[in-house]
Design a protein around this ligand. Structure first.
Ligand SMILES: [Zn+2]
Ligand SMILES: [Zn+2]
Length: 375
C-alpha cells in the first residue's frame, strides 16, 4: 500500500517527492499523520552540503524533524496516547539500554535514531512512525504549529533550564538571534530572568529580539583591519560592558552566556563577558575548531558546557511553558507553505528571506492535503 507522499533528499541539491509505503508499526510504536513541520538550519545544511560532521547522506533520506500531527494508529503496548490525539513528536528514538540512556542523559545515546539525520528518514511525509512515549499530547490551547515549534523550543529549554541550571532573577546574554537564540531568550524570561541581552550583527534581528524577549540588545562593532580575532573579542567585550553597564561581580554581572551563533568571536567575547563563577553554554554549531581565552576561563572558574538537542523532561517543560502562556511561539512563524511547495520553504530558509521580501525566522510546511492557513 502506498499513500505516503514524502519529501526526499536524494543527494546534494537534489530533492524529489516520492510515494513511499505507509510504515508498519511495532507494539510500542505509533503512526502519526503529520500536520505541520518546521524547517531548521540542519535540514537546509543537508540539502546544501549533504553532511553535518560525520553524518553523511549516502542514501536518499526524507527530510524534516520538527513536527506535530494526529495519532492515526497505536501499537498494542502504547498507553500514553490514543488514535485521534494531537501530539508533538520528539524526533530522537534512543536505545534505552546504554550507559547514557540509563544514567538519564539519553541525548548522548550512541545508537540514537534521529529523524532526518542519516541514515534515518525524517518527518516530511504524510505518515511518520515513532515510539509512543516520544509523542506528547498537545493541550487544547496549543496549535499544530506550536506543536512543531516545541522541537526548537526544547533545544533552548535543554540549554537554559537543564544544562545551565538558570534560576529566577539571574542575568543572561544570548549570542545569535536566530530561531534557537530567540527561544533561549524566551526561556530565560519565562524562568524569571532579571536581564536578557541579545547580541547579533544584524540590526533587524536585534529589533525583533527586543520586541520578542530581550530586555536589552547589543550590536558589535566591525573588526579593525589589523586586529586579531582575540584582540577584537577583547575590545568587543570591553565595549559591551561599558555600553550595558556589565560588571564582573554582583547584580550587574552576567550569570549565563548562551552561545547560539557558533561564531568564534562570539565564543571568545562570551567567555570575556561572563561573571566570575558564571556559566557558558555552547549551543551554536559553527567552526569546528576555535581558539578560546583559556586563562580567562580558568581564573574566573567558568562552567563551560556543551548542549546538544534535548533530554529527559525538556519536551514536557517546553509544552508546559507554552500552555501556561509564559512563552509565545506564534511570532516566530513567519512563513507557511503547502506540502507541494516544500522546496520553496527550504529556499526561503536558506536565503533568510521569503518571496514576500520579509525575513524568515521559521518556515512551516503543512502535511499533504493540509491547508497552510489552518494552524
Ligand atoms: Zn531543528
Ligand atoms: Zn542509548
Amino acid at each position: 500500500m502506498s499513500n505516503n507522499p514524502s519529501f526526499v533528499l536524494k543527494k546534494v541539491e537534489d530533492v524529489v517527492f516520492e510515494e513511499r509505503p505507509i510504515p508498519e508499526i511495532f507494539d510500542d510504536e505509533v503512526l502519526v499523520e503529520v500536520k505541520k513541520t518546521g524547517i531548521c538550519g540542519s535540514d537546509v545544511h543537508y540539502l546544501v552540503h549533504g553532511r553535518i560532521g560525520d553524518f553523511v547522506v549516502n542514501n536518499p533520506m526524507v527530510l524534516g524533524h520538527e513536527s506535530a500531527g494526529i495519532v492515526s494508529k497505536v501499537g498494542k503496548k502504547v498507553k500514553n496516547v490514543k488514535v485521534g490525539d494531537r501530539v508533538a513528536m520528539e524526533p530522537g528514538a534512543t536505545c534505552r539500554i546504554c550507559d547514557d540512556c540509563k544514567r538519564g542523559r539519553y541525548e548522548l545515546c550512541p545508537d540514537m535514531v534521529f529523524a532526518a539525520t542519516p541514515p534515518y528518514d525524517g518527518t516530511l511525509a504524510r505518515y511518520y512512525r515513532i515510539p509512543g512515549d516520544l509523542c506528547y499530547k498537545l493541550p487544547d490551547n496549543l496549535s499544530f504549529e506550536d506543536g512543531a515549534m516545541i522541537e526548537p523550543l526544547s533545544v533552548a529549554i535543554h540549554s537554559v533550564a537543564n544544562i545551565s541550571g538558570f534560576r529566577a532573577n539571574q542575568t543572561a546574554v544570548v549570542f545569535g538571534a536566530g530561531p534557537v537564540g530567540l527561544l533561549c531568550m524566551a526561556v530565560a524570561r519565562a524562568l524569571g530572568a532579571s536581564r536578557v541581552i541579545a547580541v547579533d550583527i544584524v540590526p533587524s534581528r536585534l529589533e525583533f529580539a527586543q520586541k520578542y524577549a530581550a530586555t536589552e540588545t547589543y550590536l558589535p562593532p566591525k573588526p579593525e583591519p589589523n586586529e586579531s580575532q582575540n584582540e577584537y573579542s577583547e575590545r568587543n567585550a570591553k565595549l559591551m560592558k561599558e555600553q550595558l553597564g556589565i560588571e564582573e561581580r554582583g547584580q550587574k554581572a552576567i550569570d549565563l552566556v548562551v552561545e547560539a551563533s557558533g561564531a568564534a568571536v562570539s565564543i571568545q567575547t562570551g567567555i570575556n563577558i561572563a561573571r566570575t563563577g558564571g556559566t557558558f553554554v555552547q549551543l551554536g554549531m559553527g567552526s569546528p575548531q576555535v581558539t578560546i581565552p583559556i586563562t580567562t576561563l580558568l581564573v574566573k572558574e567558568l562552567n563551560f558546557k556543551g548542549s546538544f538537542r534535548y533530554g529527559p523532561g525538556d519536551y514536557a517543560l517546553a509544552i508546559a511553558l507554552v500552555a501556561q502562556g509564559k512563552i509565545d511561539l506564534k511570532p516566530l512563524v513567519t512563513h507557511r507553505f503547502k506540502f507541494d511547495d516544500a522546496i520553496d520553504a527550504f529556499k526561503a530558509t536558506r536565503e533568510g528571506k521569503g518571496a514576500d521580501g520579509n525575513p524568515v525566522i521559521k518556515a512551516i510546511i503543512s502535511g499533504p492535503d493540509v491547508n497552510p492557513l489552518e494552524h
